[in-house]
Design a protein around this ligand. Structure first.
Ligand code: PAF
Length: 280
């Protein structure tokens, strides 16, 4: 597995691969890799000759400096995991390499900015849009792999690909969970033992709400029930709990056909903000 820290050396390597008619898949990450990321590498390996994984904690998508400072950075462990997973190349640039100058371009994703992560983390999707565009332009993959756990990010990237005519197919991979249901996330390593023990309640409440909605309960009643469940656990500070239509991510009052609805949640457990969702 090759490790690149400069755009130029990665481009040289990829130009050679393209000359040999190899197909390229990109798995963008911020490192602190876990089994969920490796599932994206596995999916990319099935579809492509060459799999590039980017490992870059992107400062422009953090609106909270403490969150950026505390974001786990475990490059050596990441490198070993990627090597064992059969990844072809890692791109791990410095901040200066990715942003020789502060970008002046601003991306606004319209209504997607006004709900859930967009509303709670102003500027977050601007940063995601810019870094993902840069990675798409540097790697020029045929396929790009993202996890369903970041459901709103998937919608933003889909919009980006469409609006900017990137010739890239977006592949969405299912959320990978711990045996107790907790969605795998790099942020889970920041939970202390007590918080880690409480964290699976997020998935319990999500699935409980999904079952109630499928059984015909009203959306507002289910949302109230979920909020009261979070309220019973003092360690949680709920940011949002929304039942939405997948097409536009806007809240709904009654559910649509199977597969067109999602329940999305963001909650602080101590200082750590966790997100999760289910599609039903
Ligand atoms: O999902 C992430 O880890 C990040 O938002 C991404 C897509 C790598 C962009 O920095």
């Amino acid at each position: 597995m090759e490790v690149f820290t400069s755009v130029q050396s990665l481009r040289q390597f990829l130009d050679q691969q393209v000359l040999q008619q190899k197909t390229i898949g990109l798995v963008p990450t911020m490192g602190a890799l876990h089994t969920g990321h490796i599932s994206l590498i596995e999916a990319a390996k099935k579809d492509n000759d060459i799999v590039v994984c980017s490992v870059f904690v992107n400062p422009t998508q953090f609106n909270n400096p403490e969150d950026l400072a505390k974001y786990p950075r475990t490059f050596e462990a990441d490198r070993v995991m990627l090597e064992n997973a059969g990844c072809s190349a890692v791109f791990a640039p410095s901040v200066e390499e990715m942003y020789p100058e502060q970008p002046v371009v601003k991306m606004n994703f319209g209504a997607l900015e006004t709900v859930m992560e967009g509303a709670s983390r102003p500027g977050h999707f601007n940063g995601v849009g810019i870094v993902v565009s840069k990675l798409f332009n540097i790697v020029k993959p045929q396929y790009a792999y993202f996890g369903q756990k970041d459901l709103q990010q998937v919608s933003v990237v889909r919009q980006l690909i469409s609006d900017l005519s990137f010739d890239i197919e977006l592949i969405i991979c299912p959320t990978v969970r711990e045996s107790d249901g907790l969605a795998m996330s790099s942020r889970n390593t920041r939970l202390n033992a007590d918080e880690r023990a409480i964290a699976p309640h997020i998935y319990r409440i999500l699935t409980g709400a999904g079952e109630a909605l499928n059984a015909g309960k009203k959306v507002n009643e289910v949302v109230n029930w979920a909020k009261s469940e979070f309220g019973k656990i003092k360690e949680f500070t709920l940011d949002y709990f929304e039942v939405i239509y997948l097409g536009d991510l806007l809240p709904i009052e009654s559910i649509g056909p199977a597969g067109s609805n999602a329940i999305c949640v963001a909650a602080f457990l101590g200082p750590v903000r966790l997100i999760d969702n289910i599609i039903f």
